[in-house]
Write a protein that binds this ligand. Structure first.
Ligand code: FES
Length: 162
């Protein structure tokens, strides 16, 4: 008494909930697919693989075995805006058609090294770290050589991989 249970309604209700659950599962699978696919196909992913940027110096202006500072313009996405950062690299001509690019960030605590013309060394102003012209540690606290970047020469242009 008082029960309004209708046995024919139960299978219909089950079918309805099964359909709702299947729809939600399909929506979740589609969302995951779009996110995963987007990260694989997005241009930023491709850029990370190989990003060659021209530096603001040409090969013919370099002097043998003398690190020369040159700038790179590196664009990166920051939310909805694009930020262009200027990054300095040291270019060293080591022979005809051969160039080495060094990151001038000292491997001790991150100060920027610069070329000392008299001593022919790269010196760090912070704690006296000294590197040779190819970024190898000569003395002081730096624990490792200056990092190198891959380079490519295209005519007189120099490209650096970031
Ligand atoms: S940061 Fe260069 S020697 Fe300390």
């Amino acid at each position: 008494m008082g029960s309004t249970h209708n046995p024919t309604e139960e299978p219909a209700r089950r079918k309805f909930f099964a359909r709702v659950i299947a729809t939600i599962q399909t929506a979740i699978a589609a969302t995951v697919g779009v996110v995963a696919g987007g990260s694989i196909l997005s241009p930023s992913f491709a850029r990370r693989e190989e990003n060659w940027l021209p530096v603001g110096a040409t090969f013919s202006t370099l002097t043998d075995n003398v690190p020369t500072a040159a700038t790179l313009r590196v664009a990166r996405e920051d939310g909805y805006s694009q930020i262009v950062e200027r990054r300095v690299v040291l270019l060293v001509k080591t022979g005809e058609g051969q160039v080495t690019a060094l990151d001038p960030t000292c491997t001790h605590l991150g100060c920027r090294v610069s070329w000392n013309v008299e001593s022919k060394e790269l010196r760090c102003p912070c704690h006296g770290g000294v590197f040779d012209h190819l970024g190898m540690v000569k003395s002081g606290p730096p624990p490792a050589p200056l990092p190198r970047l891959e380079t490519k020469i295209d005519g007189d242009r120099i490209l650096v991989q970031i």
